[in-house]
Design a protein around this ligand. Sequence first.
Ligand code: FES
Ligand SMILES: [Fe+2]
Length: 355
Amino acid sequence: MTDTEDRTGDGPATTAWDSVVPRSGETPPTDRRTSGPGSGPPVPVEDLPYEVVGRPEPPPVPNGWYAIAASADLAPGDVLSIIAVERELVVFRTESGQVSVVDAHCPHLGAHLGGGTMEGESLRCPYHGWCFDVSGACVEIPYVEGRIPARACVPAYPVREQDGMVLFWFHAGGAAPDYEVPTVDERDADGWSDAIEFRSELVASLQDMAENNVDYTHFRFVHGRAVLDASTSQFTTDGPFSTVVERFEEEGLTFTRYTWGPGLALLRVPGFMTVHTATTPIDRRHVRLLWHFYLPDATLDVADEIIDGVTGAHGLQADVPIWRDKVFRDRPLLVRGDGPVTEFRRWYQQFYAGR
Ligand code: FES
Ligand SMILES: [Fe+2]
């Protein structure tokens, strides 16, 4: 059993990742609306509720490719229940190795398919034994001979498995994928480490996290770095892809961040590291991170320091309280020097099509 699985209960297998999302009927652990003004002593800033009465909703879940699991999470015959893109989903791998992502509830009487079992190439529902293949079609009703109703299928999502991740396509309007995710050259290249994995779940809106990359002035106040300006930074776009190049003159480092739609990105710092980042919305207020670090042989012995630099107190962890407590401003008050936030938003708008 890996650290992402929990099969101790009688219900559907779950991942540690879905711990922040309550199962129906439970009180949301993050709903602390009783701790409002006047209800007691001042609340330390790190304990402030992220969801308070009157705080505006963050933007909805954007359309795109997202990681739902690492490939290694799913051996043949495994079934996982995962909440992502504001939906209950089930991911399974067949005996032959094919992966499928489907809506969690059976079209028959609504049982959660995460409690089902894999039989060869199909998933058997725990309630009355109907079987579904990787396309979501019902291929067997154990107590009925003959024709299976055409509507007996569970919605399935387009899936790709690449670079050690299982990706699925989400579109609010149900449209087919309109781009493919590039692959990571470093993964199979000589002179590079295997993927070193980092996982986390955060209270954050996906778009807020993405905007952070073009928010040049925050580097000084949040991360203690020199301020970037337009002469040391570039933001360019190409359909669903965008690229940010940032030169940190003091450190002599160039960061190039290739963003592949709203859910996946590759950060390259030549001679230093490459990070393949998957950021998946659990809902509009929570994200799940699956990041793979690839290090060249030259920096492998300082792997811990490098990873801590990106994910630790001066990196990701410094952003976390800001993302948790901020609101999303539809019309931010931007001034010269703020970085290309407006250009970024114009580009990002395409991922809300079909609403
Ligand atoms: S609810 Fe799934 S087979 Fe009946
Ligand atoms: Fe940041």
